[in-house]
Design a protein around this ligand. Structure first.
Ligand SMILES: [Fe+2]
Length: 460
């Protein structure tokens, strides 16, 4: 009794408490507290991940575009398996394809899965695995390419996008450009470079965060259309790092560590060319690879060879003039290898040449038509820019140096954001349309339209 009395003490209110709490009680309270804190943290993490579905979903072609599709996305947990479920549109049973993790650059991991043995020219539904046991992306559609000469398809080239909501107000068309291309839902999108403009837009730091934002910004397009890039001076030179960009895209290895590569869709052959300098030309080894690549495509029967790049060989805007070295190198090369259409950007205005031969010397138009060309005509050089973000130099679209266009100009316009659509017909026709977008929600307008055919143009 005396001992028990010792272990008790009186409180100010007169209540009597044990002088020391029993050890079992202390252990129990501590254990319960830790369990509670752990469960709260786990639940909070679970809820936050649940609120963050898989993002940056984009499609690419690394192998045969008619029978395979590569899907890339990001999850926040790095133990989430790389699984895509897919099925023919309208079917009920899912099939699965598995792939690998890649570094995300920021939080979580990228997933890279290639689906194989698909049917050409066919629409599938798919969804990608998200974090936790039953989380998947929304069901979306993907399409395989047609076999040569069996089906038509659409391609869109867009470049110089910037990120939506820039503080300097120059991204006046970015959101609508994304919306309009997503509505068109082409089979393929050629991304022409100058994506995030990290040197002037530092809302998202470091660069990898800005790349995250760009991929999410493009997801309405790229989760349903295959997106194949080329890189611009911004990714390569201006406070950015091309390696950080390149590891986010899935591309064929090509030449010079993915910087130049090519792929076939139907009877068209696309060549991504790494052209980033304002005045400097391409290395000799790159030129040789381009020529060998185009000749091989021609030998295999490809009707249309379509090089795309960032810097323009034909540009009369004051922000970024023509790269004359590039013109001198690629003009003769494209003419002798049978190229008809070249896509580029960089200078923030739309310009399109007549079909030209003898570039860079006489630069003779082979036709005065504005709308129809044949296989006997020369090379048409298209500069499609900007795709959302105006020039920092002019704080507007690029201003033409001379009010009178050069003799080679078939059409030009520096009043709207633009993207160019190619409609490739199996019967031997490519119809080219360039859409202008103001960025105010008003409908896009067709600024320029022409075609190349394998037959003869009618007199109209
Ligand atoms: Fe550029």
């Amino acid at each position: 009794m005396a001992r028990r009395m010792k272990e008790k003490r009186s409180t100010a209110s007169g209540l009597t408490l044990p002088r020391r709490l029993p050890r079992w009680l202390i252990v129990a309270v501590l254990t319960l507290t830790l369990l509670f804190l752990g469960a709260t943290a786990a639940y909070s993490a679970y809820k936050s991940h649940r609120r963050r579905p898989p993002d940056q979903i984009h499609l690419a072609w690394l192998q045969n575009p008619a029978t395979t599709m590569t899907v890339v996305w990001r999850t926040y947990r790095d133990d989430t398996p790389s699984v895509v479920e897919y099925r023919l549109q309208g079917a009920t049973e899912w099939q699965q394809a598995v792939g690998t993790h890649l570094p995300s650059g920021t939080n979580g991991v990228l997933h890279d899965v290639t689906i194989e043995d698909l049917t050409p020219n066919t629409t599938y539904e798919y969804r990608v695995k998200g974090d936790y046991w039953n989380i998947w992306s929304n069901v979306a559609t993907l399409r395989t390419a047609p076999l040569p000469n069996t089906g038509s398809f659409d391609v869109v080239y867009v470049a110089d996008t910037g990120l939506v909501g820039r503080k300097d107000g120059l991204a006046t068309g970015t959101q609508q450009i994304v919306d309009e291309i997503a509505k068109l839902n082409p089979l393929l999108v050629l991304a022409g470079g100058d994506y995030a403009y990290y040197d002037r837009d530092r809302r998202y730091k470091p660069l990898d965060q800005a790349i995250d934002v760009w991929f999410n910004q493009m997801m309405p397009i790229a989760h349903q259309s295959v997106m194949m890039p080329t890189f611009g001076n911004h990714e390569a030179l201006l406070s950015e790092n091309i390696s950080l960009w390149a590891q986010r895209f899935a591309t064929p290895e090509g030449f010079d560590d993915h910087r130049n590569y090519s792929f076939d869709v139907g009877n068209a052959h696309f060549v991504s060319i790494f052209a980033i300098y304002e005045q400097q030309g391409l290395p000799k080894a790159t030129l040789k690879w381009i020529e060998d690549d185009i000749k091989a495509a021609k030998d295999s029967g490809k009707q249309w060879i379509i090089p795309f790049m960032h810097v323009s060989a034909f540009a009369e805007g004051a922000s970024h003039p023509s790269n004359l070295a590039l013109r001198a190198q690629l003009g003769p090369l494209f003419e002798r290898t049978g190229v008809k259409l070249v896509l580029s950007s960089h200078d923030q205005a739309y310009e399109r040449t007549y079909p030209l031969v003898d570039v860079p010397n006489a630069m003779t138009p082979t036709s005065t038509s504005k709308t129809c060309y044949t296989q006997n005509d020369g090379v048409t050089w298209i500069k499609t820019s900007p795709g959302g973000k105006k020039s920092n130099k002019s704080e507007a679209f690029s201003i033409f140096k001379n009010p009178t266009p050069p003799a080679w100009t078939a059409y030009r316009n520096n009043t709207m954001h633009v993207f160019t659509q190619l409609h490739v017909e199996p019967a031997g026709e490519v119809r080219v349309k360039t859409f202008g977008v103001k960025g105010d929600g008003s409908p896009p307008v067709v600024l320029d339209a022409f075609k190349y055919i394998t037959g003869t143009c009618s007199s109209s």
